[in-house]
Design a protein around this ligand. Structure first.
Ligand SMILES: CCCCCCC/C=C/C(=O)SCCNC(=O)CCNC(=O)[C@H](O)C(C)(C)COP(=O)(O)OP(=O)(O)OC[C@H]1O[C@@H](n2cnc3c(N)ncnc32)[C@H](O)[C@@H]1OP(=O)(O)O
Length: 202
């Protein structure tokens, strides 16, 4: 039985809908990223299964990532495999975690990394046995919370603010870009083929 941390964005929200729907959907995705990546709280991802695309993004928004040590679980920004393109703020989040070259490889190929490889790439910070993910996350949380809060928060903001400001400045343009991209017939076709393939795998 496969285990999933997050299956990413709901593909059905990006297929066969109106442009108004796509715009509202994308605004909500932006909002999620702005809140999570910009949070001044300590955030630890306890990754207990696979985590493609939007799921990987959520994990990358956290301060620290602990993943179950199971090579069947994979994580990555696999958008190109769906025929879609990770937007610049997905890319920035990944660059801030694993660097430019690893991000370029990862994004162009739409790579999903099995847990041991994800650790090697720095996409996750630690692997632990499956039944220890929650307790390891709680231990990491205690360590992070032991740092004086104001100093940790200012440091976090210093590291992340440029990426956040970039999206804030271009929010409407990013929504328009998403709507015009996702509503193209060719992109709708790619998503449909991907969903059909998922169903055939059963
Ligand atoms: C400028 C343009 C910018 C565009 C940017 C867009 C950014 C997009 C980000 C995303 O997150 S796209 C979504 C990426 N997600 C995936 O690729 C995951 C696809 N799913 C899988 O690989 C597998 O389903 C799974 C998550 C590993 C689970 O596998 P399992 O074998 O346990 O279950 P399945 O039988 O495959 O799935 C059950 C059921 O769920 C449906 N489903 C799975 N994932 C999604 C999804 N992301 N959205 C909607 N529906 C999904 C799947 O089709 C099955 O449906 P039914 O057949 O039961 O109806």
């Amino acid at each position: 039985v496969s285990k999933i941390f997050s299956a990413g964005l709901d593909i059905t929200e990006m297929s066969g809908k109106s442009n108004e729907h796509y715009a509202a959907f994308w605004r909500a995705v932006q909002e999620m990223w702005l809140k999570l990546y910009g949070s001044n709280m300590v955030t630890i991802a306890a990754i207990n299964g696979s985590s493609p695309a939007g799921g990987c993004l959520m994990a990358l928004c956290c301060d620290y990532r602990i993943m179950a040590d199971n090579p069947k679980f994979a994580i990555g920004l696999n958008e190109t495999q769906l025929g879609i393109v990770a937007p610049f703020w997905f890319k920035d989040t990944m660059i801030n975690t694993i660097g430019n070259r690893a991000t370029e490889l990862s994004l162009q190929l739409g790579q999903m990394y099995p847990a041991p490889e994800a650790l090697k790439f720095g996409l996750v910070d630690k692997l632990v046995p499956e039944d220890k993910v929650q307790s390891a996350a709680a231990a990491a949380m205690s360590q992070w919370l032991s740092v004086p809060d104001h100093a940790r928060q200012l440091t976090k903001s210093m590291m992340r603010k440029p990426a956040i400001d970039r999206l804030v400045k271009q929010r409407e343009a990013d929504i328009n870009n998403f709507v015009s991209f996702i509503s193209k017939d060719s992109i709708q076709k790619s998503l449909q083929i991907y969903m059909d393939r998922l169903k055939q795998k059963k």
